[in-house]
Design a protein around this ligand. Structure first.
Ligand code: HEM
Length: 490
């Protein structure tokens, strides 16, 4: 007996409906998570901003490792330190890849090592090139730049207190990083390179935002011709702006090298070792550019958050000022070596990393192949998000986690509740990520931020001066992140 055409059509339709309805459903092998809707999965539950707040809420309900369904895709969210340690820190050979983002790949031609899988040559060559330049010892060679830039930061604030504080700080963070990398400072907020950088990052954020064009969810969108796909024009423009910025900096350094006016910058060093490293000019340009991207807004956001916090906590500011005044006095500026004699200032910096991490959800990792963790399957390529904010606000680890209380770091080295067992694995480097992908700029950032914080506290009082923005005392965490910068990876 042969099936009739009608029965084939009915069977086919039933299969199609079954398949469609299974889109968005959570497979039993995945970690738990919020209930799904057919096709949507959890899309309707995910807020467009401050996702870390929702992830933290879900962690309370479903546990430290959850899965979130975005149509047919799966996102894994880790909100406890134990799973970050076991899955990311300890299993780097399996989980140090990145999820593939089509738009980013088109824009950058796959040259961005911060989003390349850790087994490909872009990542390996780029990290090898910078590894000797970012050690705690190596970054000390850039201390004079930090001293110059922090001095200018004080000067700018002193002579322009009416200018939005954020402009001074973002100039400082950008100029420090471009000086270290390329030997080219940006002396003004409106220096051409600073303006170019802001225009480019603004464009890049539009490009990678899922609302721009969800090509990773709906791959067929890739095939729409450019004249009907405004998002492809956006990609093209972003590529143009990115290359213009990255390669103008590279050319600047190349010219310095050719004319014998070396500055000791990091990219000069990479150019010197170019053939030994087997790194092309193209990849060198992207390497330098990615480091600008990684190093600017992170440091800027952290400093801005700190100042905001000190305005909300005048008692902490006073305590830090007293400490600095006692150790440093009024006759000289704080210098890098002072920080070890300033435990309260150190605690303040740790507390701001905890309260408002610059990247509250870090940068997603991914597994190279399907892998097993506890009783769960972690699907190949699925984003694995570290909910850094959530872990740093875990009430089991931190007493009164929502309170700005630097003293917690004077009571215990990790700021955790006194007396709790050490098997929670928290580490002070968590705000810088995990495993093989741990932030390569960590020591450089710490050196510069330590000096900036000491000097700001030494030089100024901070208080709101009114104006159109609401008084910071009333702000909640979302307001703070919004104010600090629109560019955070949330
Ligand atoms: C307050 C300062 C900073 C914070 C909080 C921070 C945080 C982070 C985090 C959370 C990650 C993701 C790590 C992971 O995937 O697990 C990361 C990666 C990265 N950061 Fe930073 N960062 C800072 C400063 C810097 C600086 C100064 C640079 C450049 C000099 C930099 C360059 C990078 C790069 C290139 C990556 C990607 C690494 C890779 O994928 O292999 N960051 N950072």
């Amino acid at each position: 007996m042969y099936p009739t055409l009608t029965s084939l059509v009915v069977l086919g339709a039933a299969w199609l409906i079954y398949k469609l309805l299974s889109i968005g459903r959570r497979d039993k092998s995945l970690p738990p998570g919020p209930p799904t809707l057919p096709i949507l999965g959890n899309i309707h539950l995910i807020p467009p901003k401050f996702t870390f707040l929702k992830f933290s809420e879900w962690a309370q309900e479903y546990g430290g490792i959850i899965s979130v369904k975005v149509a047919n895709q799966t996102i894994i969210v880790l909100s406890d330190m134990k799973s970050v340690k076991e899955l990311l820190d300890d299993r780097i050979s399996e989980t140090s890849s990145r999820p593939f983002l089509y738009a980013l790949d088109v824009v950058t031609g796959g040259n961005v090592f911060s989003f390349a899988p850790a087994d490909n040559h872009v990542w390996k060559t780029s990290r090898k090139a910078i590894q000797p330049l970012v050690t705690p010892q190596a970054v000390q060679t850039h201390l004079p730049i930090s001293e110059t830039e922090t001095t200018q930061l004080l000067y700018d604030i002193l002579h322009g207190p009416e200018v939005d504080f954020r402009s001074h700080v973002s100039r400082f963070a950008f100029s420090f990083i471009t000086s270290v990398l390329f030997g080219k400072p940006a002396p003004r907020y409106n220096s051409p390179e600073s303006t170019q950088y802001r225009e480019y990052t603004h464009q890049l954020l539009k490009t990678v935002s899922p609302e721009a064009a969800p090509v990773d969810l709906i791959p067929i969108l890739k095939y729409i011709p450019e004249r009907w796909a405004p998002f492809k024009q956006l990609w093209r423009e972003t590529r143009r702006l990115q290359r213009a910025l990255y390669f103008s900096f590279l050319e600047h350094t190349e010219q310095k090298v050719t004319s014998g006016n070396k500055t000791g910058s990091m990219i000069e060093d990479v150019l010197r070792r170019q053939s030994e490293l087997g790194i092309s000019r193209e990849l060198t340009g992207y390497l330098g550019g990615i480091l600008i991207d990684g190093g600017t807004d992170t440091s800027s956001a952290l400093l801005q958050s700190l100042v905001l916090r000190l305005m909300k906590s005048p008692a902490s500011l006073r305590k830090a000022q007293n400490e600095v005044d006692t150790v440093v006095g009024k006759k000289r500026l704080p210098v890098s070596s002072d920080v070890s004699a300033l435990p309260y200032v150190q605690a303040l910096i740790k507390e701001i990393h905890r309260m408002t991490p610059a990247g509250p959800v870090g940068v997603p990792h991914a597994a190279f192949t399907d892998c097993q963790y506890r009783e769960y399957t972690i699907p190949k390529g699925a984003p694995i998000i570290i909910n850094i904010w959530g872990i740093m606000h875990d009430p089991d680890l931190f007493e009164r986690p929502d309170e700005f209380w630097p003293e917690r770091y004077l009571l215990t080295p990790d700021g955790t509740r006194p007396g709790i067992e050490k098997d929670y694995n928290i580490r002070s480097t968590l705000p810088f990520g995990s495993g093989k992908r741990l932030c390569p700029g960590m020591h450089l950032a710490n050196m510069n931020l330590n000096l900036a914080v000491m000097r700001l506290i030494w030089a100024f009082d901070f208080a709101p001066i009114g104006g159109p923005i609401p008084q910071p005392e009333k702000w909640n965490v979302a307001d703070e992140y919004t104010y600090v910068r629109a560019n955070l990876i949330t």
